[in-house]
Design a protein around this ligand. Structure first.
Ligand code: NDP
Length: 292
């Protein structure tokens, strides 16, 4: 069984980006600049944004954290977005989700200039991705594609079952894996909460991508021998024996499934760390595309 080590792969990608940024500096070019907009004081969001900013510093990017009050109006946030769109020294930015309930998330995401949408959530980017044009690919599916590619996991002609059809994980990964190219050319089935006889489908799959958010849902009896297992799920499960009071679980019952799989991503340390690395990669691309 091969463990697809997302932490190590993400570190390799960060080192590659760091080298490219050093070369830009030597050539006297402006380095990529990423901004993160954080509304309110949600603990998990603070942690995510903090690690994104630290990663920017690590690779040599410029980064700006814009913290806004929980009570900010939708109009004031849109004004802020407009200023970021117009800022020529900024290559890309993200608006950390979730936003407070009084703000329409869709309206905010639609206001982001697609050329700076390094999260890849704008319909213009999603459409371009689906049409195989240059686009910012959402970081999590982009990270999964990189893991498959870098570990040279065979996907061409294979049957892949993706469990989950969200706009940020399930749907885009199903599109990407069915496209031509590296880590693609798979025959993809998308499953969701209305799917009947899910285990029958997953047992036929050469590759299973689990992105539903139910801890340890995929068990060994649901896969075939030597299947490739990609676990996107991240759920906090209460654990009084752990100093934090919880542990992080994926959507896969790792210990039993790992015995039967040919390749598997652990949680934590699999898909999760790849997400930040790919956000950095998208920011580097934004810098390069905005030069053109
Ligand atoms: P969503 O809740 O948006 O989507 C979950 C999907 O799973 C839906 O399509 C839903 O179906 C489907 N689903 C729910 N229950 C079942 C079931 N019993 N059988 C089959 N399908 C089911 O989640 P996300 O896509 O945003 O996230 C999925 C998981 O991945 C979460 O644990 C999240 O924390 C994690 N995640 C991890 C990231 C990382 O960096 N590693 C990044 C993003 C997410 P339906 O459409 O019918 O409701």
């Amino acid at each position: 069984m091969i463990r697809l080590d997302g932490k190590a792969t993400a570190n390799t990608i960060k080192e590659e980006i760091k080298e490219k940024v050093s070369a830009m500096k030597i050539r006297g070019e402006r380095v990529p600049h990423l901004a993160a907009v954080l509304v309110g004081n949600d603990g998990a969001s603070l942690t995510y944004v903090g690690s994104k900013v630290r990663s920017c510093e690590y690779v040599g990017f410029e980064s700006t954290l814009i913290r806004l009050e929980e009570t900010i109006t939708e109009e004031a946030l849109l004004t802020q977005i407009d200023a970021l769109n117009k800022d020529e020294k900024l290559d890309g930015y993200i608006v950390q989700l979730p936003l407070p309930k009084h703000i329409d998330e869709e309206k905010i995401l639609l206001a982001i200039d697609p050329k700076k949408d390094v999260d890849g959530f704008h319909p213009a980017n999603f459409g371009r991705m689906a049409l195989e044009l240059d686009a910012f690919i959402p970081a999590t599916p982009f990270g999964i594609m990189q893991l498959l590619e870098r570990y040279e996991v065979p996907t061409s002609g294979k049957h892949c079952v993706v469990v989950g059809r969200s706009h940020i994980v399930g749907r885009p990964i199903s599109i990407l894996m069915s496209q031509k190219g590296l880590a693609g050319n798979a025959t993809v089935t998308v499953a969701h909460s209305r799917t009947e006889n899910l285990a029958e489908l997953t047992r036929q799959a050469d590759i299973v991508v689990m992105a539903l958010g139910i801890p340890e849902y995929l068990t060994a009896d649901m896969i075939k021998e030597d299947a490739v297992i990609i676990d996107v799920g991240i759920t906090r499960v209460e654990d009084k024996n752990h100093p934090k009071g919880y542990v992080i679980k994926g959507d896969v019952a790792f210990d039993e499934v790992a015995q039967k799989a040919s390749h598997i991503t652990p949680v934590p340390g699999g898909v999760g760390p790849m997400t930040i690395a790919m956000l950095l990669q998208n920011t580097l691309l934004a810098r390069q595309w905005n030069l053109a």
